[in-house]
Design a protein around this ligand. Structure first.
Ligand code: PRP
Length: 189
């Protein structure tokens, strides 16, 4: 019954990137990372929760020796009155000193989250820190930060699926879909 319900929701949504497009692009990103880190080891650091599904697929597209870790930050609200302050609520489990780290995100929006996390990780003296994001919304940027690996660059759409939520729902949709405007979605994700 659950599968039927998901199908019904998804069939009413406009697909921005299909599961096939995502699979193809994530495979390309994996090959880019393999080329850049040939002979090296990497630590993939996913930012919970949105990046979990992308990290799972990206990791399986990568052949170089890799391990996973996860961090979580408090949601800073993103409303008009938000302070924009980001707080770490789950730290790394393993030390990253001297290691090649790739921060893995589902979406780079204002840049507040990744700006905070990159600065934080750099304090642990890793060998390198790079950023892989599936989606990039450069028009929303408030911090000067760019990803090294970008799946798709998009305008300011509110997107759901493939890890991304609206009020914690829809993360399990296999495609990336547009949140209907009449559903009350805010401007950014
Ligand atoms: C989303 C996304 C990034 C962040 C990007 O997380 O996963 O972590 O927003 O936005 P920014 O560039 O404006 O900082 P969200 O707060 O929605 O939490 P989630 O990952 O648990 O869905």
């Amino acid at each position: 019954m659950i599968i039927g319900a998901v199908t019904t929701v998804q069939s009413a949504l406009q697909v921005l990137f299909s599961r096939e497009q995502i699979r193809h692009r994530v495979a390309e990103m994996g090959r880019e990372i393999d080329r850049d880190y040939a002979g090296e080891k990497i630590v993939l650091v996913g930012v919970l929760k949105g990046a979990a599904i992308f990290l799972a697929d990206l990791a399986r597209s990568i052949s170089v020796d890799n391990t996973f870790d996860f961090v979580a930050v408090s949601s800073y609200g993103k409303g008009k009155n938000s302070s924009g302050a980001v707080k770490l609520i789950k730290d790394l489990d393993q030390p990253i000193e001297g290691k090649n780290v790739i921060l893995v995100e589902d979406i780079l929006d204002t840049g507040l989250t990744l700006h905070f996390l990159r600065n934080l990780l750099e304090q642990h003296q890793p060998k390198t820190v790079r950023i892989a994001t599936l989606l990039d919304k450069p028009s929303r940027r408030l911090e000067k930060i760019e990803a090294d690996y970008v799946g798709f660059t998009i305008p300011n759409h509110f997107v759901i699926g493939y890890g991304m939520d609206f009020a914690e729902r829809y993360r399990n949709l296999p495609d990336i879909c547009l949140m209907p405007e009449d559903a009350g979605a805010p401007a950014g994700h």
